[in-house]
Ligand binder design. Sequence first.
Ligand SMILES: Cc1cc2nc3c(=O)[nH]c(=O)nc-3n(C[C@H](O)[C@H](O)[C@H](O)COP(=O)(O)OP(=O)(O)OC[C@H]3O[C@@H](n4cnc5c(N)ncnc54)[C@H](O)[C@@H]3O)c2cc1C
Length: 404
Amino acid sequence: MASAPPQITDKTDEQQAITEMVHQFVDEQILPNAEHLDAKDEFPEAIVEQMKELGLFGVTIPEEYGGMGLDLTTYSMIVEELSRGWISISGVINTHFIGSYLLQKFGTEEQKEKYLHRMATGEIRAAFSLSEPELGSDVQAIKSNAKRTADGDYELNGQKMWVTNGLRSGLVFVLVKTDPAASPPYKGMTCFITEKEPGAAENTGPYQGLNVPPSIKKMGYKGVESTELVYDGYRCPAEHILGGEEAGLGQGFVQMMDALEVGRVNVAARGVGIAQRALELGLRYAQERKSFGKPIAQHQAIQFKLADMATKVDAARLLTLRAARLKDAGERSDLEAGMAKLFASEAGKEVVEDSFRIHGGYGYSKEYEIERLYRDAPLLLIGEGTSEIQRMVIGKKLLQRHKL
Ligand SMILES: Cc1cc2nc3c(=O)[nH]c(=O)nc-3n(C[C@H](O)[C@H](O)[C@H](O)COP(=O)(O)OP(=O)(O)OC[C@H]3O[C@@H](n4cnc5c(N)ncnc54)[C@H](O)[C@@H]3O)c2cc1C
């Protein structure tokens, strides 16, 4: 008998084992705690400690630096599981993952050696910072800048916005202008690896000049902090330019755009995870709740909703895995990553809303988990590029690939 053709959702034994482990961790440690941590907007310290023990901060970091050396596909499977529990948890590792990707792909040997070991264990965590108060989508409009000083260091000045893990991170990969007159502007942008004291609002000593104002109050995505960062005469040695001064100066935009491509797969996986959880909650509630003498799941209108929800979850997962697998195979995946991010984040919001509707009035109550998902899901439409920006990326890449 011929064996079944490979499916995009197939998992290797290793992927099966690790996703089962994370699934169980989510059921036992994250889901029972998410509600009260969300309500208090409290950082999930105990959960993060357990994630360190499980090695989750080093999933994609090579084994030679103490990580697991797994690929983007496996990472996206893990992110889906974590986000099924609480997207704030995936937020704690998302920016760390992007930082470690930047180091692995563009860092010098010294930079990798200096940071990746401690990043693999979660001893230091990373944030990344492009956005500013006056810009998010328009990255080339960045105003923060770095100027070379007489002693060869760089001095950073400017205000950053919306930095996930901005307070507790020990490293921030920050994109600034080193040549404000460059044309086009992206050629004058550089990524610096800025070190700071994790948890310190005001840095002193070698990190003086980098301050973290109080966290931004948000509608959802609680627990993980989003902050501004103020660089005010912050001194950074030239060897902290990602890739080194010679190779990295003026390369920051290209480096960050590359990292955002894998970041988009990561956000897509978060969309799949939150949609999967909303579907589970909808399926359960629809069979428990009765109206007009029967479970609401027996009404065709509810079944149709569930059918649409499940179809969107599967489609989002397939697009996400396709983008991740292409990237892992070393093929171009910019278009596919954009499609996955666009579809999965919109699907996440829609599936959550349908599940909310299935819950009727109780969906509006803090007693039910769907209320948290309803506040969390919209973030996915924004981070790593809004849906409008994804459509711009997809459209541009489509025309490049199908040029007449
Ligand atoms: C909770 C949270 C966490 C975040 N974490 C980080 C982080 O860790 N690091 C970081 O650097 N940033 C982070 N961000 C910022 C995020 O990346 C930006 O919010 C996002 O890129 C959108 O930028 P903006 O908010 O400035 O919106 P704008 O760019 O001002 O856009 C406003 C609206 O206009 C639309 N728009 C803009 N330009 C166009 C165009 N050319 N064509 C059509 N429509 C357009 C947008 O789609 C959007 O609908 C975070 C944001 C949030 C909310």
